[in-house]
Design a protein around this ligand. Sequence first.
Ligand code: HEM
Length: 170
Amino acid sequence: MNLWEIEVWLHVVAGITWIGLLYYFNFVQVPALAEAAADKDGPGPAAISKYVAPRALLWFRWAAVVTWLSGAAALETMYQGEGSGFVAAFTLSDPGMRVIGVGAWLGTIMLFNVWVLIWPNQKKVLGLVQASDEEKAKAKKIAFLASRTNTMLSIPMLMCMTAQGHGLPF
Ligand code: HEM
């Protein structure tokens, strides 16, 4: 295995961990918690909120960091042109790096959403930091919208990522 293969392998494993958990939140946990809260005779959502959600969020946010760092490293290693592959991709200046550059931008916006919108607000929702009921309700809305946005962005982002090695799907 050469350096680029190691970087991309790490990137793909971390990326699967991140986006897998993103889909778990959006397609499994959010609807399940709503159902548990509505089921007055059931066990309620407390155990999921206390034991599952914080652990899932821990893997989620750090997998996002590893995905970004390994992706940035792979951009440098794979670049055959003059200067920096990272700069060439993010400035969309090299035609050969344009599609991966768009994907890298989408991934960067998603990382921002994880660390700036989802995680600080989830800390309030889960009671990991002090917040009033009103603040919790607002935090829940922001975290939910950011998470849904990332789910939508993951589709074009993954198209851009795989396009580099496998061609565009359209
Ligand atoms: C948002 C989360 C991301 C996920 C889930 C993701 C996923 C992937 C996947 C699955 C591949 C493998 C493509 C293939 O072999 O066909 C890939 C390739 C790659 N990604 Fe990402 N990626 C993400 C973000 C990023 C970011 C932010 C960067 C740069 C800063 C980046 C840079 C790269 C590079 C350089 C490759 C290698 C492309 C090639 O095959 O030549 N990725 N990514």
